[in-house]
Every structure is written in structure tokens, then in C-alpha cells.
Design a protein around this ligand. Structure first.
Ligand SMILES: [Zn+2]
Length: 401
């Protein structure tokens, strides 16, 4: 790593800033400039250290875990997109490099900034790993949507048109030259960190602020490795669904890296009991694929996992306070009252029932609601794929992760 390389990139960045205001800049040359790489090997795939160190952690703008010493834990910052203040958003990366070669697993969290249990699940897993006893590599990428994590909110605050908020889990695989900082950040992470270093990936989430979820998994069980990994988690629910375009786990799948999403309970809190289930499942996965040794713990069979392929949303029709008559994980029957809603006089203005038999997988925890909000969803199973379903399984707003 020579200082000249850093100087050159800074120069390139300055050039871009200077010409970026002209509309005549050719898209092609702009793209080439933005993607200018300081890779000292010239291969475009080696680790690039920026030469900076933050609180004792070296900063990389590209990582190849092959370049790291085996038998050690490596703590790094990945240099993401710049903030409006001109500094970069740095993402915390821990690489546990086994003493022997083997599979490379990537564990991600913090794509939504209010999902604290997702971060602690990954922290707990990597804390249990001893690189001197491992085969292969586990890479943890902990606070992906860094500015959203800073303010503990789901979406990424940005300066698009005044104060704006972007859901980063609709942006993957991102675009290094995209139309928002969020898209660019996703593109940098995906191209330079996540995709090149993963044989398998697991993207941890929780419910969102105001909407709590049961312990469950979202993934496409038609993919053999997704099915194998999911069945190693001792949790009671799985939503067998490829989910939304733009979701990180689909971006992995699209480039041939099996991935799915565990949902670790409520947002904003650390749910220790639920975190324990997902830590156990993740360690089971690492054992199954030979990264670590040891007996497999409890699995989906022990939790009698219900596998649903659709989610029935219950949507508020009125404003008012919502009182639930069922709890998360409850088995519910078609026609059963799930919640009632009262106006400010205390009069019942709405009664909400499920149209399907299934399990209550998510419900609103904010006590009041206006019309149109998701109040709950019931995970259920129906013949055929979700796309052939007669019941609208969910919409963008009701998607719980
Ligand atoms: Zn999420």
C-alpha cells in the first residue's frame, strides 16, 4: 500500500466533485472514475487498506479474506459511502479466519437500524468461535446501515429532498454509482466485501419499531442449502417465501450464495432468550458445514417448526386503540377475533378476525393505530406457491422484517 495510491484516489474524488455539476459528463467515464480502484495488486480482488486506522481498527475499502492471517480474529472497518459531512460511514467487520481452509460464512446485521437483537446475535456467535480450532472463515458485518443504527431507526436518513428516509433492505445489491447514498453504500459493501468473501450468508433481522414478531425465518426452501440451514434452527416458524426484490438475502441468492433471514423478535431491545435460539441455530449451521466441531444442538424438529408459505395480513380499518386477544405464536382459527379497536370514547369501532388457520407471527405493539396500518399477520400454509395464492399474502407495508 503506497501513499501515492491514496493520493490518487483523493485526486479522483476531487475531480469528480469538480465535474459532477456538469450535465455533459459522459456516463461511462463517470462510472469509470467512481469505480477507480486503488488495489495495489491491480487484480481488483485483493484487500485494499486505506492506510487509516480508527480507534485501533484498520480501514479497508475492499477485502479478500484470503489475504488475512489464519488462526486469528481480525477487526476492521469497511469504508462505505460518504456522509453529507464528507466523512465516510464505516461498517464494523470481524473476520474469524480458521487455521484450516473451509467454507466461508458471512453473518450480517443492522441493515435496519432499529434491530438490535440482530447485531447481538451475530456478536454472540463470533464470540463463541476460536479461529485456532476452525476450518474456513466466518465474517461478521455488524452495522451495515450505519447512519440508521446511529439513530436506532429502521431506515437510512439521507439528504435527498430535505430529510429523507430510505429502507436499505429494498436497495440490494446496490449500485456504486446509484441515485442515493444508500444504494451506493449497498453497492460498495456488496461488490467489495460481501459477495467476494461468501460461500453462504445469513442476514439477521428483527421485527420493526411498533411491530413485534415471533422467532421465525424467512427464506426460499426450494434452495437445498437454505432448507438445510433453516432446519438447523430451533425456532417455531418459517415463512417459506423468496420475499422482496431488493432484499439482501435475495441479492446473495441471485449471485449463487445461499442465504436467508432469521427474525429475532422485537426491534430496539435485546431479547436474550430469543437471541439464544438463533445463536444455537447458527452454531449448528457452522458445525454442519464443518467450520466448527461439536455436537448439533436443538433444531427445527425440536421446536416443531411450522412452515408456512403465506402470511395473512390484518389491516386497520379505523383509527383508535388496538387491544389484542391473541399472543405471538398462538394457533388461531379462521374467524377468530385477533383484536378489537376502540375510539377515544372507549366504544368498539372495529373487530379484527383472521380469515385463515395459522399462527400469529407478528403484531403491532404501538397501542394506537390509524387506518391502513398492519396490525398483525398470521402465518399459514396453503397449496401451491405464494404467487398462486388466492389470498394476498402481504404487501410492502406489511412485510415484517
Ligand atoms: Zn429488518
Amino acid at each position: 500500500m503506497s501513499p501515492n495510491k491514496i493520493d490518487r484516489r483523493d485526486f479522483m474524488a476531487s475531480s469528480i466533485a469538480a465535474v459532477g455539476t456538469t450535465a455533459t459528463l459522459a456516463g461511462e467515464s463517470r462510472a469509470a472514475a467512481l469505480q477507480e480502484d486503488t488495489d495495489p495488486r491491480g487484480s481488483g480482488s485483493g484487500t485494499v487498506y486505506t492506510g487509516e486506522s480508527i480507534q485501533g481498527k484498520k480501514v479497508v475499502s475492499r477485502l479478500n479474506v484470503d489475504d488475512l492471517d489464519p488462526g486469528r480474529k481480525h477487526f476492521l472497518y469497511f469504508q462505505g459511502v460518504q456522509s453529507p459531512g464528507g466523512q465516510h460511514w464505516y461498517v464494523s467487520v470481524v473476520v474469524i479466519k480458521g487455521i484450516r481452509p473451509g467454507k466461508r460464512f458471512t453473518l450480517t446485521s443492522g441493515v435496519h437500524g432499529d434491530e438490535m437483537s440482530s447485531i447481538q446475535t451475530v456478536q454472540t456467535v463470533i464470540d463463541r468461535l476460536d479461529p485456532t480450532q476452525m476450518s474456513g472463515t466466518v465474517m461478521a458485518v455488524l452495522d451495515i446501515a450505519r447512519p440508521a443504527v446511529e439513530s436506532m431507526q429502521r431506515r437510512w436518513p439521507n439528504s435527498g429532498r430535505g430529510a429523507d428516509l430510505i429502507d436499505m433492505n429494498r436497495e440490494w445489491p446496490g449500485d456504486e454509482n446509484g441515485a442515493s447514498a444508500t444504494s451506493r453504500h449497498a453497492g460498495l459493501l456488496f461488490n467489495r466485501l460481501l459477495k467476494p468473501n461468501s460461500d453462504f450468508a445469513i442476514d439477521f433481522h428483527t421485527g420493526t419499531t411498533g411491530l413485534e414478531v415471533a422467532a421465525f425465518l424467512i427464506g426460499d426452501r426450494r434452495l437445498p442449502d437454505v432448507k438445510t440451514m433453516a432446519d438447523l434452527y430451533p425456532v417455531g416458524l418459517m415463512w417459506d417465501d423468496p420475499a422482496y426484490p431488493g432484499v439482501l438475502h435475495n441479492a446473495f441468492v441471485d449471485v449463487g450464495i445461499p442465504c436467508f433471514t432469521p427474525e429475532v423478535g422485537a426491534a430496539r431491545i435485546l431479547d436474550r432468550d430469543m437471541i439464544g435460539l438463533f445463536v444455537e441455530g447458527t452454531l449448528n449451521v457452522l458445525k454442519h458445514y464443518g467450520v466448527v466441531s461439536g455436537p448439533i444442538g436443538r433444531t427445527a424438529a425440536d421446536a416443531s417448526m411450522l412452515i408456512g408459505n403465506a402470511a395473512f395480513p390484518i389491516i386497520a380499518t379505523h383509527g383508535g386503540l388496538v387491544e389484542f386477544h391473541a399472543k405471538l405464536d398462538d394457533e388461531v382459527k379462521a374467524g377468530q377475533t385477533i383484536a378489537v379497536q376502540r375510539n377515544m370514547f372507549g366504544e368498539v369501532v372495529a373487530e379484527y378476525t383472521t380469515a385463515v388457520d395459522g399462527k400469529l407471527a407478528a403484531y403491532r405493539t404501538d397501542a394506537s393505530s390509524d387506518p391502513g396500518n398492519i396490525l398483525a399477520f398470521v402465518l399459514f400454509s396453503q397449496p401451491g406457491s405464494p404467487s398462486q395464492s388466492g389470498v394476498e399474502p402481504y404487501n410492502e407495508k406489511s412485510y415484517p422484517e
